[in-house]
Write a protein that binds this ligand. Sequence first.
Ligand SMILES: [Zn+2]
Length: 245
Amino acid sequence: MYRTLSRRRLLRLAGLSGGAGLAAALTPPAAATPATSTTAATETITEPWPAGPRDALALLLEGNRRWVSGCPRHPHQSIARREAVAAGQSPFAVVFSCIDSRVPPELVFDRGLGDLFVVRTGGQSVDDVVLGSIEFGPAEFDTGLIMVLGHTRCGAVAATIEAVEDHAGRAPGHIQAVVDALRPAYEIAVRQPGDVVDNTVRAQTALTVARLKADDQLADRARAGALVVVGGRYDLDSGRVELVA
Ligand SMILES: [Zn+2]
């Protein structure tokens, strides 16, 4: 009998749907993405569009520093930006993160419309549909950066640990698919000293980064330097993203 998933945790995990954005991603890219973004009618922020994967990573981490310090600029969130990218897009990064309501990529990296492809699943668990969604940016838009983003105190990871350690148990419905996907990371983490939830988050991030680097559609780009795949860990308390893989 499955006994350990609390109602609150079930409700947290119930938001597994919501793969919005793929239809928009199918829109052909516009000409060049403007290097100037307007945050309000009276304020204009000018920043260079990333020239490559390392510049893209720097832009993400700069945005995270603004988020941590409480000084976000909210770039690319204006009506002007909405109109500028309506006909096409050219996002500079893919962020693959958890569904957790406290880790929205556009907020924690202080970005806006047309900047990021965002894929989110419980515990950033992977299946074929997820892989296809992640491949889409690099394959169709030459997106040069993929960040796999885990986070502290991940409820999906905690639920997985509870389900696995209750050997006779099974998570309700399709949540079991998340448990199955996260189990390899748990099996690594449970042999390590320290907090098993945090270790599982780190292992899941590292396994996913390795899997993406070896992916048929991504490996050649990664070897050629046209694509960088990194792993991050978001701290729910400080808001800081540290690179862990
Ligand atoms: Zn999570």
